[in-house]
Design a protein. Structure first.
Length: 113
């Protein structure tokens, strides 16, 4: 192969690539998201204290305490100590959520724990 043949092949390949790109509309560039246009996933829904305790939002302090005592006795980690570690971890997380909801509910009512 001589230099003219190599130049013809390279030139023909370049011209063919350009022609195909032109006829197909070129490559569409996907815009990269910026901080202004980036879509972030929605935040995880944090349950409110009425949802955690299973009472109405306008429940009295006595109703809140009764729901708290019922749930803590049901989900306390000592109740599931003989069961598997997954259930113990679940009960621990659930008890922490119940305690936090109870504290938030009493603070909303202005009552002392």
């Amino acid at each position: 192969m001589n230099l003219v043949e190599i130049a013809t092949i390279v030139g023909g390949a370049g011209a063919g690539y350009w022609l195909v790109s032109f006829l197909l509309g070129g490559r569409k560039q996907v815009p990269t998201p910026t901080a202004d246009t980036a879509v972030s996933p929605p935040p995880a829904a944090v349950p409110t204290w009425p949802a955690v305790l299973g009472v109405a939002a306008d429940a009295s302090v006595e109703e809140i305490r009764a729901a708290y005592q019922r749930l803590v006795s049901q989900y306390h980690p000592d109740k599931v100590a003989s069961l598997g570690t997954e259930l113990q971890e679940f009960a621990s997380r659930k008890t922490q959520a119940i305690n936090a909801a109870y504290a938030e509910a009493l603070a909303a009512r202005g009552a002392a724990p």
